[in-house]
Design a protein around this ligand. Structure first.
Ligand code: 13P
Length: 248
């Protein structure tokens, strides 16, 4: 299975900056097949721009969230069918910033994952513990609880999701989980997937949290780390391409 390196731009960008960043990535690839599958998850208003710049290229695109409702009176929400209109391949669900700042629960995240899949969009399901939870020895319990809700909701489609382990204490802090720390949690998640699907090896389990050009290779060398979900470093073409190149 080819690794997957996905960028999460978060709430960054502008038409002009995106055009330059995407062009630099495409120029860097120079028409060659990258060592990893690549995707960029961007703010919803820029999906049309990414679609027009990336169609026919090696880079897929996606959203950073999706509504848990099909349609209707949900001001500010963006539905899965709307994302489909812009040919999104992926939608991040349950990012810790949404769990923290928008009160998203395990159940809501699971419903978002279910709806994305139902509309042919691959959910990138984020799980991860806070520093307090890690220090209290709760890491395993927390990530398993978060993933269990999604497995319960998507049932026989479990092998079609992407999982991203993002320890909250490593996001945007410059503190990366060590390869061993990350591998330990990824193995737990793989075992949980194995109990739910016949093909746990088909599920990409990405690591996210201060992954960068310097530390990517050692993380990606771990047996259960199948790629990365990259925040800050996905805003720099050279860094992002370096991470992609370090995947095997
Ligand atoms: P950073 O790579 O900026 O730490 O962000 C990680 C992340 O949250 C990706 O979703």
């Amino acid at each position: 299975m080819k690794p997957l390196i996905a960028g999460n731009w978060k709430m960054n960008g502008s038409l002009a900056a995106n055009a330059a960043l995407v062009k630099a990535m495409l120029d860097g690839l120079d028409g060659k097949t990258p060592a990893a599958d690549m995707a960029l998850c961007v703010p919803a208003p820029y999906l049309a721009q990414l679609q027009s710049q990336l169609t026919g290229s090696a880079i897929a695109w996606g959203a950073q969230d999706v509504s848990s409702h099909e349609q209707g009176a949900y001001t500010g929400e963006v539905s899965a069918t709307m994302l489909k209109d812009f040919a999104c391949r992926y939608a991040i669900v349950g990012h810790s910033e949404r769990r923290q700042y928008h009160g998203e629960t395990d159940l809501l995240v699971a419903e978002k994952a279910r709806l994305a899949l139902a509309h042919g969009i691959t959910p990138i399901v984020c799980v991860g513990e806070t520093l307090a939870e890690r220090e209290a020895g709760q890491t395993e319990v927390v990530v398993k609880r978060q993933l269990a809700a999604v497995i319960h909701a998507v049932a026989h489609c479990t092998s079609e999701i992407v999982v991203a382990y993002e320890p909250v204490w490593a996001i945007g802090t410059g503190k990366t989980a060590s390869p061993d720390q990350a591998q330990q949690v990824h193995a737990v998640l793989r075992a949980q997937l194995a109990a739910a699907t016949q093909h746990p090896e088909r599920v990409h389990i990405l690591y996210g949290g201060s992954m960068n050009a310097a530390n990517a290779a050692s993380l990606l060398a771990q047996p259960d780390i199948d790629g990365g979900l990259i925040g800050g470093a996905s805003l720099k073409a050279a860094d992002f391409l370096q991470i992609v190149a370090s995947a095997h």
